[in-house]
Write a protein that binds this ligand. Structure first.
Ligand code: AMP
Ligand code: ZN
Length: 298
């Protein structure tokens, strides 16, 4: 199979609606794809409905988590696959994260408005269309009024974590998030462990600790990882019996990444399926690799 396990749609901070996302999946020649929107499963039903027969859908999400290292609070993203979205504790925490994103996004916009930046809360809400608010939505507002030439440029200026408008999110502690995902029968995989802020904390001791806490895998091949990062993470995955994945982290037009530009092996996907409870199985031709159900109601 040709597998990409980390992609975003309009249901979070990607720009593709489900139809264009599926069209992109087909055009990229993918035969299995995961939908991993931030802190939500809202896109699952539409993705399941739009899935062409030959494409296997892996239902997932990317959770906002953090670790505290010394005085530093560091943002860590956790991919979660094949979890039961109706499990109440995880569902409640994901709801809390979405509310927190909405409040935090509005606080960032208010800081900009107070400083004379000509965007508005309503404009950002219109762009997000009900999705959990992320900085890329604010970036698109800044782009629309011509203050930046790209969302990427906005991240280096108005949206910067070191800039005057930044407000931190109330992310879940990583350890708790891993346990919530496991508790919902899902499979937690550390996203882009060596990207940006995460790189300085994700050393071997970190990987060993969270592997012992239930982490199932590491995203090894990711556009933000150098060849050296990939080699180091691949070795850590072997040493700590973690599943090594590879994915594009596609966000539509918000980032210049293409679907399938990084990929996951059949074996890794089979290990993810085997590690899940089976409450939520793969949808599509890949389902034979385990006993995962064809449950497509969520
Ligand atoms: P937030 O979750 O609201 O703090 O925003 C961070 C999200 O924005 C990340 O999950 C990425 O998906 C996205 N992002 C980070 N850096 C960039 C960038 N330079 N250009 C576009 N999107 C980015
Ligand atoms: Zn992502």
């Amino acid at each position: 199979m040709t597998i990409d396990l980390h992609t975003h749609t309009r249901y979070s901070d990607g720009t593709d609606d489900i139809d264009s996302w599926i069209a992109g999946v087909v055009a990229a020649g993918l035969t299995a794809v995961a939908i991993t929107d931030h802190d939500t499963t809202a896109g699952w039903a539409a993705a399941a409905a739009a899935r062409p027969e030959h494409v296997t859908l892996v239902r997932g999400a990317e959770l906002s988590t953090h670790v505290v290292v010394g005085e530093r609070r560091c943002s860590i993203h956790l991919l979660a696959y094949l979890f039961d979205p109706a499990e109440p504790t995880l569902a409640a925490e994901m709801r809390r994260l979405r509310v927190d994103r909405a409040e935090r996004g509005m606080r960032m916009v208010q800081r900009m408005v107070d400083d004379g930046v000509p965007i508005s809360a309503q404009q950002v809400l219109n762009i997000a269309q009900g999705a959990p608010i992320g900085r890329p939505h604010i970036g698109r507002a800044l782009l629309a009024v011509g203050l930046v030439d790209s969302v990427n440029e906005a991240f280096g200026t108005y949206l910067s974590g070191r800039g005057p408008y930044y407000v931190a999110k109330g992310d879940t502690p990583l350890e708790a998030a891993i346990s919530l995902v496991r508790g919902a029968g899902g499979v937690p995989v550390l996203a882009h462990a060596r990207a940006r802020g995460a790189a300085s904390v994700t050393d071997e001791a970190f990987i060993a600790r969270y592997a012992a806490d239930g982490l199932a895998g590491i995203e090894v091949d990711h556009p933000d990882h150098s060849a050296a990062d990939r080699a180091a993470l691949r070795a850590l995955a072997v040493d700590h019996h973690l599943i090594a994945t590879g994915s594009s982290d596609y966000h539509g037009r918000n980032k210049s990444l293409t679907l399938g530009q990084e990929r996951t092996t059949d074996e890794a996907l089979a290990r993810i399926v085997a590690a899940s409870s089976g409450v939520i199985g793969l949808l599509g031709p890949g389902t034979s690799s385990n006993g995962g159900s064809h449950d497509d109601v969520h």
